[in-house]
Write a protein that binds this ligand. Sequence first.
Ligand code: BES
Ligand code: ZN
Ligand code: ZN
Length: 509
Amino acid sequence: MSITKIQFSGKKIENDTSPLIVFVVGISAKKKPIGDAAIKKSLGKLSRLGDFSGKKDETLLFYPPAHESTSLRAERVLLCGIGAIENKEDKQVLAERLRSAGGSIAKQAGKVKSSKISIVVPGFLGEPPHTMLKPLLEGVLLGDYRFSAYKKEDKQNPPFPGIGQLTLYQVKKTAAVSKAIAEARNGADSACQARSMANEPGNIWIPQKFADFAEELAGQYGFTCAVLDKKQIKQAGMGGIIAVNQGSTTPPKLVILDYRPESFKKTILIVGKGITFDSGGISIKPAAGMHEMKYDMCGGAAVLSTMIAVGREKPKLRVVCIVPTTDNMSGGGAIKPGDVITHYNGVTGEILNTDAEGRLILADALAYGIEQYEPDGVIDLATLTGAVIIGLGHHRAGLMSNHDGWAETVLRAGEKTGERLWRLPLGEEYSKQIESDVADIKNIGGKGAGTITAAAYLQNFVGDTPWVHLDIAGTAWEYTEKTYIPKGPSGIGVRLLLEIIRDWKNTLP
Ligand code: BES
Ligand code: ZN
Ligand code: ZN
């Protein structure tokens, strides 16, 4: 993602001579494609021919001189469908369609290698331009992501560097428009950064990298950064992080970033699972697909990358971000099934499966963060269980919470951002599943409800503080096919957290 310049044009659209001009097209109440006046004739003809109807994610590329129905002068014209707009009262549906159109725009720009594009902001939807520009731009920026750090450069055929310049038509640079552009950019930049962290291989993105990144952000934005090393983690009594790290030769870290505005009323704590590689440990995973476990740090990547946008936007609430990070290996010192550990808050855990490691490191981080920072609301993000994929597939992340109001807030933010969630219950029956014969709790809860019993483990470390746990194992990569989410890590969670942070007055408990 590389759009460096976004500019506004008040010129006639017909005078645009860019390599690619884009129009968003809907379907009218009369079931006809509807769009800007500049393409009215073209749409009539295409509709007559049956070549383009304006369906969601339908695209059509044409070359103006060859098309007598238009007086456009751009080299290429791209039409992007968003479907029927009669239910436009549902703003979230419209926003997601526009995000999707944005993704299609980025894909097409990549196909024809057009680094300069123009977009005509749709005026026919009866919505103010900024409300449409934000999701549309988010889609373009998120869709224009690529990761090629480890590919040899082909000098003969250099890879497309991404869209560099974007010209907007049919929109004026008002304060609301500038804010929409900034928010779209900040959200997409942060999400793309989270993707890049996840794309790094496990031998490169080690716990120290999380620490380095946090320190860099602290320098850039004036956050307070604290990194606890192995010795300090041990001294603090964080037996979960130490236990998971025991089989590794790479030291763990507890990375903390604190954004503390001058006068704040509320504090949010965001915690992300930072397992830089999950081999399963002694309860080793099968070989097939094990390489994907380099993505087991996507929760940590999401919370830390969110701090980029926080630093840029400077909201008036305190945001504390914690990433407990280590790999999960099976070296000689590794924890074994049957071992008992003591967490930061004194709760003891019996390890029955060393592959259920995420909950062990999160337990310490949650207990520590809540004690130290007394947050009003906590959200943790973790690629925690394969079971969430069985339950919800790759379409929604699982949400579990000890607080209905806080859960509702996060669910709503999910709908708004297109990062959709589904709530699963907690309760005594599930907590009973993790009762241990030898310790306070055990780290697996038997066959059923694996996603919930993992959350039940975490519940022992949050007390009454409003807390939401998001299991992103099914959505952090291999996410539902979306135009604006390329293959690989999705960056999920970042825009969701930002939505809650930006609207903190209405969202924090
Ligand atoms: N990191 C995995 C969960 C996971 C699985 C994420 C698939 C993404 C895709 C986690 O640490 C794990 O291994 N969980 C176990 C728990 C079980 C042993 C109770 C699982 O889900 O199998
Ligand atoms: Zn595991
Ligand atoms: Zn894991």
